[in-house]
Structure formats: structure tokens, C-alpha cells
Design a protein. Sequence first.
Length: 246
Amino acid sequence: MKKVAILLFLVSFFAFCQEGKQEGVVHYERTTFWVNIMSRLTYLSAEEKDRIKLTWGSTDEGWKQKMTLAFNENQSLYAYGEENTEQGWSGRKETFFLTKNFAAEHSTDYIDMLGKTYIVDDTLHTPTWKILNQIKEVAGYICMKAETVDTVKNQKITAWFAQDIPVMAGPERYFGLPGLILELDINEGDVTIVASKVEFKKLTNEFNLKKIKGKKISDAEYTKIIADFIKDSIKGERNPYWGLRY
């Protein structure tokens, strides 16, 4: 009986510690290192790549963007931060909202891409993660390492997630780990998304989006658009990521 009582106490204590850590907003800084990205372009010669590194390498501190992730145990919304004045080539503010409903196993993403606004509406497709035995601190939380692969863009994805925050949300289109993703590394440092602050609070209207018009497509159709554009761009010796999100 004594062992059972101790076990019940530990379970109750753990639940108490987690209470209040399932709802709030994460503030991230997304940094894109264009020298790294351009150095991977297969159509460039070694001389051209060396010239890019020589010209930009010493001053490339990355292109920084503020991002936010509103989350609770049932849903999440990833978007540009309010202080970010991100604009597309047309000069208007870019549409970029990634929403996930974990309870309904559904996602709806609103993305400006290649001159159009797409609404990618489909069931959740959880990445295949490999959790590794490595830890580090991110934004004051001890995080574990996990890896997956984006087979369309041929990118290695490394995530650091906090089990102390028991929700399966994360930045970009990545989620599905036993804890909130606080850091994401795309293709060994080409792009990094790092949490600067986790703000626990009761959410009110964070998940309420105004009606957005666009072309509705499935996840498979979205993937094909990206794959075809990358293939055509490389064939035409153009950097596909001037038009696509890396």
C-alpha cells in the first residue's frame, strides 16, 4: 500500500508540475544563411562557389525573421511575429499561417508561394523522427535531439524538443515529438529557428484567422509543386529558394 501511495503521489506531482505548460506562445528567430544555401547549388562551379564565399562569407550573419507559435495541447498556429514586416516581391505583406489541429488530426496551411496563395488542407502527416541520446539547453529548457529527412528538398532536419512542455507542436511544418520543438536546424545550419522566449498564458483569439482566399490543394499536390519547381529551377540554373521557402 505504501508503494502504491508513493506512486500515486509522484503521478499527481508530475501532473501538477506540467499544469500550465500546455498553452502559450513561443517567440523564435529564424535565420537564413544564403551563402550555405548557394554553396549547395549543383550547377555552380567550384570557382563560382568560392567567389560567393569570398564575397559574402565574412559578412554573412544571416537574414533574420521573427516568428511565433501559439500552442495548446489540441492545436497550434505558426506565423510571422507582429514586429516582423515581412513582405513578398510584390511589396505586400506575405501570407504565411501554418495551423494544426492535433485533436482532429488535420492541418490547414495558408502560404504565398510562386506568385499565388495556396491553402494546403489535409490530414496530419507526422514526420518520421529518430530520437537521439543528446541534450542541450534552449531558451532555459533542457531539450532532447531528434532527426528526420525532407526527401523532397533533400534536407536533413534536426529538432530539439522540451519534454517539460508536453505538447506535440513545433515551428515550420514540423511537429509530432513528445514535447514542444524549441529549435530547428534545416540542412546542417542553412536555416536555424531558435526559441528566444516561451510565454505561458491563456490564449484568447490567437487561433482566429480572418478569411483568406487562395487555391485549395492537398499535401501531395503541394509536395509536387515544390518538387517540380526545384527540378525545373536547377535544370535552368536558377536558385529555387529565391521563390520557395527553404
